[in-house]
Write a protein that binds this ligand. Structure first.
Ligand code: XMP
Length: 524
């Protein structure tokens, strides 16, 4: 983002906490734009963003440890409000002249899990929310603690395990909480963070998707000029939203390419074509590559070999098609914020990991194209909100994730067109049942798999010898971990009956009760 376009914002300095992203969520929920910068890059981000306030995250490190991270001093000298959370509170105290000691030295150990604090003094952070004398539930997770605060600070809330549960320097507008307001286990945490960004930092809380859409349309126009953009559509929400936003900005300079590799869900191709071509009038090229993919998958049973073949062939097909439409200078991708946040190790080492989960990875270098990634600042549910803002129907906006390699990784063993057809039917019935039961939105991802196992059954008076279908449904927030969705038995029995009755080739249905970890969501 160009500096001149940065809305009033909050800089979140990451010291490597597992939950730093949640701070960004809470700030955005308060209607304020925020960005996370690893502590090693915080100074650069500070100059670029000119934020209205700063939040210092937690960390797995301890302030008393040698080599543990510090915030750039300039942040404390900038005259803007700061909220330090857990390690953030400790590092701020330490850097401003206070003292932090390991729990084992204070003889009190750490404090982990639910705790109650008592408000001892009025504080701008608590305005309209917490009053003096009240007790409130919070979530603690710390070993070390502040034992002497820096000059100018005073205690405004205490807990049994942390006498300095919340400290404040109202003159400088510096606040520190020993607990974690960003996690849901601190019931008023979101409101405290909203108080900080709106009330203390004075931000209006008017960062909306409508504003984001306007900003992005302007930026895309500036970036692309009169050049051409190509976008690979997968039918998923990210690439769909990216395409519609870019089309709004540059119209027919955008061409979308949809590769039908024969591994799609039932009617998926028609749905994508109708939506983009007819509804949005976006130039769309569908590539019929089913035969090429099926031939290449013949005899392939190893999951990694399948994935590699599909990934490579996808790029070949996309590349050829991009040339067919006359080439393009830019490639559009639906990259999201969690993909680009650079995670740091708490020693500040070079452990920068950038996840890349895109089907067209590798293309920009090969084709010498620049990237247009208009969703880079958004979380998944924000992309959904933007999709709604752009008029994308719920069917697309709320769709469960679907992997790039498609049905191929839901058919253990050899993938054939016939087996894809069987699986498509079973999957459609399963999802139909889920929708009818009103459960679709409560589930992160649900799908059927077709096992390379045949079992004996009896239908009518006849013996059957057919394949087994597995059903999977999980809840998750990011796909990294997942819990099994607890359908009731009657629901699963109903699905099994319909699938066996309506899909020729399947005579038995099983439900997958494995969480992630130790399982993965997909079967391959
Ligand atoms: P796993 O199976 O690793 O999946 O637990 C986690 C999430 O990622 C999706 N997934 C993929 N998405 N390309 C994608 O775009 C892929 O190659 C891929 N593999 C898995 C999966 O559907 C789940 O939502």
């Amino acid at each position: 983002m160009d500096q001149e376009h940065l809305p009033d914002s909050i800089l979140i300095v990451d010291f490597g906490s597992q939950v730093t992203q949640l701070i960004a969520r809470r700030v955005r929920e308060a209607g304020v734009y925020s960005e996370i910068a690893p502590f090693t890059m915080a100074e650069e981000a500070f100059h670029r963003m000119k934020p209205a306030g700063i939040i210092l995250s937690g960390s797995p490190a301890g302030v008393p440890e040698d080599g543990s991270p510090r915030a750039p001093d300039i942040l404390f000298e900038a005259g803007i409000p700061i909220l330090g959370i857990c390690y953030g509170q400790q590092v701020m105290s330490h850097q401003l002249g206070g003292e932090v000691r390991p729990g084992h030295e204070t003889g009190e150990g750490g404090e982990f899990g639910r705790a109650y604090l008592t408000v001892t003094k009025e504080c701008a952070l608590f305005d309209g929310l917490w009053n003096v004398g009240e007790r409130h539930e919070v979530w603690m997770s710390h070993g070390d603690k502040v034992t002497r605060f820096a000059e100018g600070f005073e205690i405004v809330a205490t807990s049994d395990g942390a006498p300095f549960a919340v400290i404040a320097d109202e003159a400088r507008k510096f606040y520190g909480t020993q607990f974690h307001p960003e996690v849901v286990h601190t019931p008023d945490g979101g409101k405290l963070i909203a108080n900080f960004v709106r009330h203390v930092c004075g931000l209006a809380g008017d960062w909306t998707m409508a504003a984001y859409r306007e900003t992005k349309v302007r930026e895309i126009r500036e970036q692309v000029g009169d050049k051409r953009v190509i976008c690979g559509l997968s039918g998923g929400v990210d690439s769909s939203v990216a395409a519609i936003l870019i089309h709004e900005a540059i119209g027919d300079q955008l061409t979308c390419v949809f590769v039908d590799h024969g591994l799609l869900r039932l009617n998926e191709r028609e749905q994508v074509e109708t939506m983009f071509r007819d509804h949005y009038n976006i130039p769309l090229v569908t590539v019929d590559a089913e035969d090429m993919f099926m031939e290449g998958l013949t005899g392939v049973t190893d999951p990694e070999a399948k994935r590699k073949f599909i990934g490579k062939t996808f790029i070949d097909v996309f590349d050829a098609e991009a040339r067919n439409v006359g080439g393009a200078d830019f490639l559009a991708q639906g990259t999201l914020y969690p993909d680009v946040i650079e995670s740091v190790s708490f020693t500040g080492g070079p452990s920068v990991t950038i996840k890349s989960h895109h089907n067209v990875g590798g293309l920009p270098e090969r084709m010498n194209m620049s990237l247009v990634e208009p969703l880079r600042e958004l979380f998944k549910d924000e992309v959904r909100e933007l999709g709604r803002e752009l008029g994308l129907p719920d069917m697309f906006v709320g769709r469960h994730p679907f992997p790039g390699p498609g049905l191929a990784i839901r058919i253990p063993g050899e993938v054939t067109k016939e087996r894809c057809d069987i699986l498509r039917k079973a999957d459609a019935i399963y999802l139909d049942e889920i929708r009818r039961a009103g459960l679709y939105d409560a589930i992160w991802q649900a799908f059927a798999v077709l096992l390379p196992v045949k079992t004996v059954g009896v239908m009518g008076d006849a013996r059957t010898y057919d394949s087994v279908c597995g059903l999977r449904a999980v809840t998750s927030t990011d796909g990294m971990t997942a819990d099994v969705y607890p359908f009731d038995a009657a629901f699963l029995t109903g699905c099994a009956t319909r699938i066996v009755n309506e899909v020729q080739g399947i005579n038995r249905v099983v439900y997958d009760y494995t969480s992630k970890p130790p399982g993965t969501i997909e079967w391959e």
